[in-house]
Design a protein around this ligand. Structure first.
Ligand SMILES: C[S@@+](CC[C@H](N)C(=O)[O-])C[C@H]1O[C@@H](n2cnc3c(N)ncnc32)[C@H](O)[C@@H]1O
Length: 299
């Protein structure tokens, strides 16, 4: 319990956020570690809601990683100001689908290549544009194709940079700026191999869910496979052997599907039920009664 602070939400409604179970996560955070390590960090929302001295970020999604890096490295006023200028230039609003389409087309034709530029200024500006595109697209999804083009559709009447998001983004950037963060953009296995000798670590592990709709594969060509799932549990066992602590969040049951790899793995450790129902989280779900998300800890 001591290892918590007031709640920070990610600044762009990222799907996969664990905000709804944050109180349970916080209740079980270990107090005797100095560093929190997230191999599947996403928005880093969980780490930001802890008071560990040092935080280590990793996510394989190049575009998400790039956005978070920009939010960490640039001044908050500069970022918000740039977003406002883009909104003004394209006339972006809740109802202006044409403005969004024009912005998306120009982004894909002129700016998306700069996401890979070695010129930091060009690169940073393109990531801010990408973030702004997200704010006006369907469900705020960061959906890219294999060539680095943004392909999500307009969030017409549903997604826009409203006051609540502006507020969240400001607080989120502030929180990112307050931490000592190391950043990696690697597959979780390569990341673990690079960081495994660091002492006093607590690993918070929030992978894609094997038995759920694989949003990260649909939106970012990051296919989560059974091999990944098996390697994930090997990594957890190795963390345990190295005398570090881990907390894994995963979905055990979805409708009539069971994650048998998780079921078998979890028998070796301590399991906490999150008792979360998914009613509000996935409007496509049909079998509403049987979903079960669990937390597994080795301490
Ligand atoms: C459930 S989300 C994590 C959400 C995060 N806890 C948050 O609060 O934003 C899983 C993350 O794993 C990343 N990912 C998917 N496959 C990966 C891999 N092989 N290695 C590392 N990260 C991966 C995705 O990009 C996604 O951000």
């Amino acid at each position: 319990m001591e290892n918590t602070k007031t709640s920070i939400k990610n600044g762009f409604n990222y799907s996969g956020s664990k905000f709804r179970i944050l109180p349970i996560i916080q209740q079980y955070l270990p107090n005797d570690c100095k560093i929190i390590v997230e191999p599947f960090a996403g928005t880093f929302e969980v780490s930001l809601n802890t008071v560990y001295n040092k935080k280590i970020y990793n996510d394989k999604n190049y575009y998400l990683f790039g956005i978070i890096k920009v939010l960490i490295e640039l001044e908050p006023e500069y970022i918000i100001n740039e977003i406002d200028e883009i909104i003004y230039y394209y006339g972006l609003s809740k109802d202006n689908k044409e403005g969004f389409l024009k912005f998306r087309e120009e982004f894909n034709e002129r700016y998306s290549k700069h996401l890979f530029s070695s010129d930091e200024d060009y690169k940073n500006m393109s990531f801010i544009k990408l973030l702004t595109l997200m704010y006006y697209s369907f469900n705020y999804y960061l959906t890219m194709d294999k060539n680095g083009r943004f392909i999500n559709t307009s969030g017409y009447k549903r997604s826009w940079f409203n006051d609540s998001l502006r507020n969240k983004l400001e607080r989120y950037i502030e929180a990112l700026h307050c931490c000592d963060i190391d950043m990696y953009n690697l597959d979780f296995n390569d990341f673990y191999n690079k960081t495994k000798n660091i002492k006093d670590c607590f690993y918070f592990i929030d992978p894609p869910y094997l038995i759920s709709d694989d949003i990260y594969s649909r939106t970012n060509n990051l296919k989560w496979s059974i091999d990944d799932e098996i390697e994930l549990y090997e990594m957890c066992d190795n963390i345990d052997k190295s005398n570090c602590k881990f907390m894994l969040v995963n979905q055990l049951q979805k409708g009539d599907k069971t994650n048998v790899y998780l079921r078998d793995f979890s028998k070796k450790y301590r399991v906490i039920n999150t008792d979360v129902n998914f009613y509000n989280c996935n409007y496509q779900r049909k079998n509403k009664g049987n979903d079960k998300e669990i937390i597994v800890i080795n301490y």
